[in-house]
Design a protein around this ligand. Structure first.
Ligand code: FNR
Length: 193
């Protein structure tokens, strides 16, 4: 089973993006195991902090390096990604030459109450991730409109058609990871060279 590091771009406990991630986790049961990485406790990026890097930063890098893939589930803030998410992208990309994003299979999803379903935020994220070397799945996409009643009391997505599409999405992401996941032996060889 592939280990997926999940990064949610919203810190609030009632986040609709966290709910969407949890719904995807249920649909992926038996195929993917989700590990939720905390990003709201990271300091703002500061190059000087690498002299004595904060443990939360070191741990985030370790967790990403240990994952087979990364899933970003993000809200849209003012037609882009939230600052907390951008900060969490920047830390693991450094120090130069020691980033942990490179070659990591990845996918994006997003939820908002708005009709655009975070399309603008996702477009920005799509311009960032490949530049950092992630192997980003282009399609299918998830633009989730989080209307009242979109999730039931168990966190299940109420719209059956949407649930079916998300099940297909999970299968495609699993296939994507199988195609691009770096075997542990190769990672070790890269580190040694
Ligand atoms: C928003 N929201 C929002 N929604 C959207 O579809 N497009 C946008 O540009 C914005 N801009 C925006 C800016 C700021 C500062 C906030 C706080 C919110 C609404 C936002 O998508 C909505 O609150 C989501 O529910 C937030 O995600 P979580 O916290 O529910 O995961």
């Amino acid at each position: 089973m592939y280990k997926v590091a999940v990064i949610v771009g919203s810190a609030r406990p009632t986040s609709s993006n966290l709910k969407l991630a949890k719904a995807l986790e249920k649909l992926a049961a038996g195929k993917l195991s989700f590990q939720y990485l905390r990003i709201d406790n990271l300091p703002f990026y500061d190059e000087a902090l690498w002299d004595n890097p904060p443990e939360v930063v070191v741990q985030l890098k370790r967790d990403i390096a240990a994952a087979d893939a990364v899933l970003f589930v993000t809200p849209e803030y003012n037609r882009s990604i939230p600052g907390v998410l951008k900060n969490a992208l920047d830390w693991p990309s450094r120090p130069y030459g020691e980033g942990v994003w490179s070659h990591k299979p990845a996918a994006i999803a997003g939820a908002t109450g708005g009709a655009s379903g975070t399309a603008a935020a996702q477009a920005h994220l799509r311009s960032i991730l490949p530049m950092m070397g992630l192997a980003l799945m282009g399609a299918p996409e998830i633009y989730f409109q989080s209307r009242p009643g979109a999730f039931d009391e168990n966190g299940e997505i109420t719209d059956e058609r949407v649930r079916t599409n998300l099940t297909i999405w999970v299968d495609r992401f699993s296939d994507w990871i199988a195609r691009f996941a770096t075997p542990a032996t190769e990672v070790a060889a890269r580190k040694a060279s």
